[in-house]
Design a protein around this ligand. Structure first.
Ligand code: ING
Length: 315
């Protein structure tokens, strides 16, 4: 059996600080139409896909920070995207900044949603691994204030059963820095996830360790490929790319097979769609063999190792 779904990775080029959501949504719709024309059942956009990557600046006033957030989705500026997806009958993953009332107070999350081809909300994920810092650090060429503007996600790494065509699959979501942490994929993998969708905004310059700048593409693919292979899942990594407000963002959006092979990759740092027919049944090649968790992974062993953390014997 081959449960094939055709997936589109819709990489975005730079979004200017002055670009309205309406202008950006127009670009998302163009990519969605191209995806449909190329037979896609599902299209994946980057993290924070509606605006420029605003955590690169320090904003003193909360009301200015809040202008980067969506109070509702779909809202007046994003309804056109949801309407077009419904008209085209295509599912999508969208990263955005979520502002919501929860527990009697205003909350701010770096969020992604998975929307079905009938416009239904299949699931939501809120970014757990928030990189960067909380205070303005003048020594940096640009800030990375995700820890200031977002709360850590409170939804865990949920798995969702969904059908984007006649085939049912198990899907998971993550956002950017999450993709660097093996726990992200393992928690999804333990739930049987067959495809992980991950948008990212990754500057080439890593101010703390500039000698690693030339390794950003390597670390990106290393993380995505390892996560895919070690959990037997497809991984779709989608960038906001190019020089955005003077900050050079990594592109190289790609689709990774459960074997860890990159089967398709963007070759520009602009709006670019890549597509792949992903056979979800290929996950079994890995999940039922080399990374058969039931057969080869004894959770008790790990508990033992963790509990004996003082096990490192002095010389
Ligand atoms: N961006 C970057 C990412 O994890 C980063 C932050 C860059 C961390 C380079 C470490 C090294 O890809 C986001 N938005 O998480």
């Amino acid at each position: 059996m081959s449960r094939k779904i055709i997936v589109g990775a819709a990489q975005l080029g730079p979004i200017a600080r002055s670009d309205s959501r309406r202008v950006v949504v127009g670009r998302l719709i163009e990519l969605m139409r191209e995806a449909k024309a190329r037979g896609c059942d599902l299209v994946v956009y980057p993290e924070l896909a509606l605006t420029t990557f605003f955590p690169r600046w320090y904003f003193e006033a909360q009301d200015e920070v809040d202008t980067w957030f969506e109070r509702e989705l779909p809202g007046p500026d994003t309804q056109a995207l949801f309407d077009e997806a419904l008209r085209l009958s295509i599912g999508f993953y969208l990263g955005y900044a979520e502002l919501t009332e929860q527990g009697g107070r205003v909350r701010h999350f770096n969020t992604s949603v998975l929307v079905g081809k009938r416009g239904e909300l299949i699931g939501k994920y809120r970014k757990i691994h928030l990189p960067g810092h909380t205070e303005n650090e003048a020594w940096r060429p640009f800030q990375h204030l995700e820890k200031r503007y977002f709360e850590r996600g409170d939804l865990g790494f949920p798995a969702f059963q969904a059908k984007f065509n006649e085939h049912q699959g198990i899907f998971g979501m993550a956002l950017c820095n999450d993709r660097r942490w093996p726990e992200t994929y393992r928690v999804l993998g333990l739930q049987g996830v067959e495809m992980a969708l991950i948008g990212y905004n990754t500057p080439l310059h890593y101010a703390q360790v500039p000698e690693h700048d030339h390794l950003q593409a390597f670390h990106n693919h290393l993380s995505l490929q390892a996560g895919a292979y070690q959990n037997g899942m497809w991984v779709v990594g989608v960038a906001k790319a190019g020089i955005e407000e003077g900050c050079d963002l990594l592109g190289q959006s790609c689709i990774v097979a459960p074997t860890g092979e990159i089967v398709s990759m963007c070759s520009t740092v602009e709006d670019e769609l890549i597509t792949e027919s992903c056979n979800l049944d290929r996950c079994r090649e890995i999940k039922e063999n080399v990374f058969n968790f039931e057969l080869h992974r004894e959770p008790d062993t790990y508990r033992l190792i963790v509990e004996t953390k003082g096990a490192i014997k002095p010389l």
